[in-house]
Ligand binder design. Sequence first.
Ligand SMILES: Cc1cc2nc3c(=O)[nH]c(=O)nc-3n(C[C@H](O)[C@H](O)[C@H](O)COP(=O)(O)O)c2cc1C
Length: 254
Amino acid sequence: MIFTFSGTGNSLYAAGVLAETGEAVIDMAKCCREKTFSFTPAPGERVGFVFPVYCGGVPSPVRYFARRLELTEEPEYVWAVITCGAKIFAAGGMLRGLLAERGVILDAVFPLKMPDNCVTLYELPPEETQQQTLADAERELSVLKERIRAQELPDDAPTLADRAATAAMYPAYANMRSVKKFWSDDSCVGCGVCAGRCPTRVIEMIDGRPHWVHDRCARCMACLRCNAVQYGTKTVGRTRWVHPALRKKKHAHG
Ligand SMILES: Cc1cc2nc3c(=O)[nH]c(=O)nc-3n(C[C@H](O)[C@H](O)[C@H](O)COP(=O)(O)O)c2cc1C
């Protein structure tokens, strides 16, 4: 089984590629909503985690899920592939610590560079660069598939510098999770797709427009996939990232 979390499709796509035939891909945000935290790996089954790094650490739904996870049988091998725009810093160590508290030993952490999606912070790289990153990721995914199948035990402990970077960056994630600056512009047609995409269900449609009704979200960029959704003034006119596998299923307005 593979537990995944994804805002803009990179990690979801990677989880799909890494899933062996018939291996279940389980959405951690949905598990959090439905309070499903107990799973029974079959004899010899491997358990994986695929999610993005946020501010050098783990996204809030991954943290919430990992803190409650109960594996009723010991898995054969536990691995994590953490997607990133540049570097995962000590996110693997953070997950390892959370899982250890639940009696789960994380055997291997593999970083996977994928296109950056953090449009609220900066202008994303040009489409050609993102496409090149995707092509490189595709090759790396084939390698990772073999490394996971071989149940490799890489020397993946975060360096001191990575741990220092995470310690400096991760507290900022808590502030970033405020929903105060989200709004929809006049191109919003009130379709409600953003509300349906929000993994933490903080968006409600009121009088035909989205409203961010809770204080904090996971800051996953899923709602920003629609060009009518804005974050302060920073996102106006900026191209948003969504993995091509999700673009195919794209709604007319997002
Ligand atoms: C709030 C936030 C924080 C991020 N922090 C980092 C980071 O610390 N390092 C990094 O390399 N990429 C960072 N990224 C980029 C994402 O990890 C990367 O684009 C990821 O593949 C997105 O996965 P997804 O499409 O499955 O949501 C961040 C993205 C977001 C939204």
